[in-house]
Design a protein around this ligand. Structure first.
Ligand code: BEZ
Ligand code: FE
Length: 287
């Protein structure tokens, strides 16, 4: 069979026909069909194709032990969120992207502790319960939290300015499935723009900002781990997140409180901000 624009995709699909792993064969078959359809539709010039290869090469070269530019590419193309959404669990809290800043282990902390090791911004109390999909509390669930500070930087972005572990904590729920900790309200912030993904955003007139959020990974025995965020209601960019990760159900009010009794119960000065929400895990068998 001659290799031409009409036979090319089939020739490549046929070359994968004997792949022993059926899933791998299906993935390569679909990849070939879609990639060839894209090339037939867009008809890149040789120069454009070289530029495309050059861009992907730069994405790979920007990756280090602490930076994953390919994940960032998947994020800004909405693919990370699409994969998350297709793997969602019925009835549980909605999931969203992991992001690149969970690169260090969160320090173990006791319930009620602060994750704000700087103490320069208005205090904020975050509390809630970890529940199963029937509403039953999950005691001793692991609640791993990380966030940027009130200026929009994670501790790992400003070593020497923020103490290591600032904005991070690993908590365990009490016998009623409750968690609570003190922090500051995180700011909205730009994703890293000093590499090829930054140049892509610039060339396409897109902004690099993410709305303010706190990251969570929640784990409990017998339940599917949940990776999600809680977004700060009213934050800029909730309707134009650079990585498409906002789900309406994850937007939470961080209300202002002047309640002196609640402040002293939570070990903060009034006025303080308070966010309260539950995190719901689906059972492993529910999948
Ligand atoms: C984050 O929320 O930490 C994040 C997610 C995706 C890309 C960049 C940052
Ligand atoms: Fe983040």
């Amino acid at each position: 069979m001659d290799f031409n624009e009409h036979t090319a995709a089939q020739a490549v699909q046929d070359s994968f026909r004997n792949t022993p792993d059926a899933r791998l064969r299906d993935l390569l078959d679909a990849l070939t069909r879609h990639l060839h359809a894209f090339v037939r539709e867009t008809k890149p010039s040789i120069k454009e194709w070289e530029e495309a290869i050059g861009f992907l090469t730069a994405v790979g070269q920007a990756c280090t032990d602490t930076r994953q530019e390919f994940v960032l590419l998947s994020d800004v193309l909405g693919v990370s969120m699409l994969v998350e959404t297709l793997n969602e669990h019925e009835g549980g809290t909605e999931s969203t992207v992991l992001g690149p800043f969970h690169m260090v282990e969160s320090p173990q902390r006791a319930l009620g502790d602060t994750i704000d090791l700087v103490g320069e911004a208005e205090p904020c109390v975050v509390s809630g319960r970890v529940l199963d999909t029937d509403g039953a509390p999950l005691p001793n669930a692991e609640v791993d939290v990380w966030q940027c500070d009130e200026n929009g930087f994670y501790d790992v972005q400003r070593p020497g300015v923020q103490p290591a572990g600032n904005g991070r904590g690993l908590f365990h729920t009490d016998t009623e499935g409750r968690f609570n900790f003190r922090t500051v309200i995180p700011s909205h912030y730009p994703i890293p723009t000093d590499g090829p993904i930054g140049r892509l955003l610039e060339a396409t007139g897109r902004h690099p900002y993410r709305p303010a959020h706190i990251h969570f990974i929640v784990r409990a025995d017998g339940h599917t781990p949940l990776t999600t965020h809680v977004f700060v209601a009213g934050s800029p960019y909730l309707d134009s997140d650079a990585v498409f990760a906002v789900k309406q159900s994850l937007i939470v009010d961080f209300t202002e409180s002047n309640d002196k009794e609640a402040a002293s119960r939570n070990n903060v000065q009034a006025p303080f901000r308070h966010a309260e929400f539950d995190l719901v895990l689906s059972r492993e068998a529910d999948r």
